[in-house]
Design a binder for this molecule. Structure first.
Ligand code: NZQ
Ligand code: ZN
Length: 384
């Protein structure tokens, strides 16, 4: 196992009817900006629960944050933060609202030029406004990490940044929020969480049995609980297990001391940037291609994954790897996510545009930093 340091200060408040606890978590006498998305919280009662809990608090609102949140929208919120002298941000929504809120928190206090540089040039976040979250969609793990992914519409770029400064002070997770999710968002959440685990697990062995078994337990739980939630989204226990799985998939714990990949996400972000495909769907497309093209590099872990998760223990190594890829594809498709590019009307033309972007970047991808634009092309062509 590699050396590591680990600190996760996010307070999680998990469970049924916990949203009203928001009032005990926000700082007294703070001027709060509540951020939210396209209106789901007004339909499912979450908005009213938060407003009722905070009836005594000075609360401003900023709604309309898109899925795959836009830089342009975030900057409008930054203006409000500055003009109203906001000192605490409360995100009420899914990963997109929370990611946007993280960027707003950092951009509002950024004094080193254009805040876009935080995303495009990896400029450090020295300070950020404090954030709290009421999470309404299990998927990203954003509620317990310092990551944020933002899209700039004018340049069709989707870029990420990470900083401990934007980790929420607290996140409230009421699994009852799952009850109103469209099936598509539940399936997306299951697959996003699944692939977060795979990015931190399907690399090469470094003798880290704790991390491996944490990772395998999350994968197995998602495989068992995901279909239960899809069959009956109002089954509280399944919703709760799904929600917690998504949080622990990307709160840092399973990734400590082990190599990490993230190439599936990096390629996936480009598919979203060019075609607006839902984040999780891009991952369902790309991951099987990564497993196929990187089968030698990842051999030991793919075999372990195949055996421990899917019970694959007969055949040659190549046959076992093929079977592990097939099982992964079957799982994604069984929850409703197509895994080939033509199903999303994406072809060679987009592959060429994505490959050209990676060709310009001065770094290689993957746990061994050996994936260049040529391999990105192979991975995408594998999915035609
Ligand atoms: O906008 P509203 O009206 O709220 O509707 C949302 C949105 O249309 C709806 N929704 C959310 N909670 C609901 C609900 N509808 C009914 N009932 C509820 N309880 O669901 C739709 C999708 O929401 P969104 O927040 O976009 O989904 P998700 O949480 O999957 O977030 C996706 C974004 O997170 C980024 C992705 O790239 C994408 O931009 N990611 C963030 C990560 C992180 N911060 O660590 C890691 C991930 O890999 C990912 O990249
Ligand atoms: Zn993801």
């Amino acid at each position: 196992m590699y050396n590591f340091e680990f600190k996760n200060p996010v307070k999680i408040i998990f469970g049924k009817d916990t949203i009203s606890k928001v009032v005990t978590e926000i700082p007294k006498n703070a001027k709060i900006l509540m951020t939210y998305g396209g209106g789901s919280i007004k339909q499912n009662g979450v908005y009213d629960q938060v407003k009722n809990a905070l009836s005594e608090v000075e609360l401003f609102e900023f709604g309309g944050i898109e899925a795959n949140p836009h830089y342009e929208t975030c900057m409008k919120a930054v203006e409000i933060v500055k003009s109203e002298k906001i000192d605490f941000l409360l995100s009420v929504g899914g990963g997109s609202v929370l990611d946007a809120t993280k960027f707003i928190a950092a951009a509002a206090l950024y004094t080193n030029g254009d805040p876009w540089d935080i995303l495009a040039k990896n400029k450090p976040v020295k300070d950020a406004l404090p954030i709290g979250a009421v999470l309404t969609l299990p998927a990203t793990g954003s509620e317990m990490n310092g990551n944020s992914v933002i899209t700039r519409v004018s340049t069709t770029e989707k870029m990420a940044f990470g900083s401990p400064k934007v980790m929420p002070q607290f996140s409230i997770l009421d699994p009852q929020c799952v009850y109103t999710l469209p099936d598509k968002q539940i399936a997306n959440g299951v697959v996003d969480a699944f692939v977060h685990v795979m990015e931190q697990y399907l690399t090469f062995p470094v003798n880290s049995p704790i991390q491996d078994r944490f990772a395998e337990s999350i994968l197995t739980t998602l495989i068992e609980e995901g279909p239960k939630v899809l069959a009956n989204k109002k089954e509280y226990e399944a919703a709760a297990n799904f929600m917690w799985s998504a949080t622990v998939a990307l709160n840092g714990l399973i990734g400590v001391g082990v190599p990490q990949d993230w190439v599936t996400h990096m390629i996936g972000h480009e598919l979203t940037a060019f075609h607006g495909i839902d984040h999780a769907r891009t991952l369902a497309i790309v991951l099987p291609g990564v497993m196929n093209i990187k089968r030698e590099n990842k051999k030991d872990k793919i075999l372990q994954y195949g055996e421990r998760i899917w019970g694959i223990n007969s055949g040659t190594d190549d046959e076992k790897i093929d079977a592990a890829i097939a099982k992964t594809v079957e799982f994604f498709e069984s929850v409703g996510l197509p895994t080939k590019l033509p199903a999303y009307n994406v072809g060679e033309e987009t592959i060429a545009k994505i490959v050209a972007r990676f060709e310009k970047r001065p770094y290689k991808l993957g746990e061994k930093a050996d994936i260049d634009f040529r391999q990105v092309e192979q991975i995408l062509k594998d999915r035609l």
